[in-house]
Every structure is written in structure tokens, then in C-alpha cells.
Design a protein around this ligand. Structure first.
Ligand code: SF4
Length: 291
């Protein structure tokens, strides 16, 4: 939206340098703080562009203060969740690309709430800017972004890709591509399109099962149309071409996918790759049958 405003107003290059620096790097907290612009231009900007596209923010801070969960709403009142996780060396933001999710994985609370809407590029970036401003107050920076919040990035690929270009633009947020991870449940044709863009982004696959039958049980929507062997074959090809490691997320569901035979089957499935398997403990949640 900022780029469109600059174009519409036919502003010179130095005006875009000023607004990008103030907004993305100095992390101003309202358009009134854009003091490098004259007031008449700020007023035009205020009329055209909301300072943020996320509203009614509620923060939940963990006891050790290292995790902040943000619940906020889009202008049309759909909920979004975002999380900031702080450790000694990293400040990672887990960002949502949808409100709700149409994929409906059986173990996922977001999936059970159904699909509300795809988030716009601005709604994605504003989640990140919200936490960038908080970190800036402590002289800290975002170190990593993971697209692992609400929603399936491959089903909102255009807006996710545009958000990545803002994140990695040195004039804007300026993060290295290597510090961004996009996680997908495995929509093969969209994933192929994304991998072919060759953005240098890290890829994580929400695998959660070592075979087609079990995957169809716990992730039916994505698995029925996107067979596990086709998914793995695409990733082997990608890896041969790029020599990049792929991360596989594997949620441990008691007595469902956590037996020794599942581990052996998983090792066999991934044997032709440099793969990192990330085992995740399941957090029980109301209305979800798994432990
Ligand atoms: S794709 Fe991700 S967000 Fe969507 S239902 Fe499955 S696990 Fe949940």
C-alpha cells in the first residue's frame, strides 16, 4: 500500500527512502511520527492508508516473559494469532497467513475452527511490524520468521510471496532469505511453483505420518489429493538441485504415530535426503481427540 501511495502521488525517490526508513526500520508508532514528511503529505497518507491493518490486539505473556502470544483481528473482524519467541540468540516470529484454515488437520485447533479468510500481504506484514516495534523498544531485532501460524501458505501463495519480498527488501525489513521458513502441509503443485521461484527460503513440511494411510487419517484434506510419495519425490528433486536441507515436522500423537515401527518407516521414507526431522510434543487442546 505504501508503494501504491508513493506512485499515486508521484513522489520523488527520497520520499520513499524516508517513509521506508521511518516505518520499517525506525518502527514509528503512527503516521504522525513520520516527521521527515511535511504535514500536508502526512494528512494525505492518513486518508489513504491505515497505519496498521490489525486491530484490538490482546497480548498473552508467558511466565518467563520469553513468549508473547498476540491475538488480534482484521478490519472485517476475523481473528489472527501471532507469536514472538525470545531466546538468548534469537527473536523468532511465528506468523499467520490465514484466519482459520481450510485444511482441517485432525490434531489442529486452527483446522477445527474452519476457514475464515486469506490474509492480505499487509495483514501478514502488520503482525511482524507489531512485534518489530516491541523488540525495537529493547534495542532488539527480529532474527527469524516462520510461516507456521494459522493457515496453509501454499493456499495463499501470492500474498505470502509478496510478504517475503517486503521482509527481504533491504530498504524495508531487510531480513536474509535464510532466516525465513515457510511450512506447508504439502500441496504439491503450489509447492513446486514456490520452489521454482528459487527464493532461498527454508522449507518445512508438516509430515506427521510415515505413510499414506496414516497421513490420510490425520490430515485427510491435503493427503488424499497429494500423495506422500509424490511429495517426497518432489523434495528429493529439489534437494538434488539445490543441496538444501528440508525440515520435516512430526507431531508425536500418542499411540497413533509414535511407535518404533513408525520411526523405522520414517527413516526409510527420508533415506535419500539430507533431512532434519523435528519431533514436536503435542499440546492437548479442548475438542481434539489426540494426546
Ligand atoms: S495446514 Fe496447518 S494450520 Fe491448517 S489445519 Fe493443518 S496444521 Fe492446522
Amino acid at each position: 500500500m505504501i508503494d501504491l501511495f508513493i506512485k499515486k502521488q508521484n513522489l520523488p525517490r527520497y520520499r520513499s527512502d524516508q517513509i521506508f526508513k521511518a516505518y520499517y526500520q525506525d518502527c514509528i508508532s503512527s503516521w504522525d511520527d513520520l516527521t521527515t514528511w511535511p504535514q500536508y503529505l502526512r494528512e494525505e497518507l492518513k486518508k489513504d492508508i491505515p497505519f496498521s491493518t490489525i486491530y484490538n490486539s490482546i497480548e498473552k505473556v508467558s511466565k518467563d516473559k520469553n513468549t508473547i502470544k498476540l491475538l488480534c483481528y482484521t478490519k472485517d473482524n476475523y481473528p489472527i494469532e501471532t507469536v514472538l519467541m525470545k531466546t538468548k540468540d534469537r527473536n523468532t516470529i511465528c506468523v499467520s497467513c490465514m484466519s482459520g484454515c481450510p485444511v482441517g488437520c485432525k490434531f489442529c485447533a486452527t483446522g477445527q475452527m474452519g476457514f475464515k479468510k486469506n490474509l492480505s500481504t499487509e495483514e501478514i506484514i502488520d503482525q511482524i511490524m507489531y512485534f518489530k516495534r516491541i523488540l525495537k523498544r529493547d534495542n532488539k531485532e527480529i532474527t527469524n520468521i516462520v510461516f507456521m501460524g494459522m493457515g496453509e501458505p501454499m493456499l495463499n501463495l501470492d500474498n505470502v510471496t509478496k510478504a517475503i519480498s517486503i521482509l527481504t527488501n533491504p530498504q524495508k525489513i531487510g531480513l536474509s532469505h535464510r532466516r525465513i521458513t515457510v511450512s506447508t502441509a504439502g500441496y504439491i503443485s503450489e509447492l513446486k511453483r514456490f520452489l521454482d521461484m528459487n527464493l532461498g527460503i527454508k522449507i518445512a513440511i508438516s509430515l506427521h505420518a510415515p505413510n499414506q494411510k496414516l497421513r490420510e487419517k490425520i490430515m485427510p484434506t491435503v493427503s488424499k489429493k497429494n500423495k506422500i510419495e509424490d511429495l517426497i519425490s518432489l523434495l528429493i528433486t529439489y534437494q538434488k538441485k539445490t543441496n538444501k536441507k528440508v525440515t520435516y515436522e512430526y507431531l508425536l500423537l500418542r499411540d497413533v504415530n509414535d511407535k518404533p515401527e513408525h520411526a523405522k518407516e520414517l527413516a526409510k521414507l527420508l533415506k535419500n535426503q539430507i533431512a532434519l526431522v523435528n519431533l514436536i510434543n503435542f499440546n492437548e487442546s479442548d475438542g481434539i481427540q489426540f494426546k
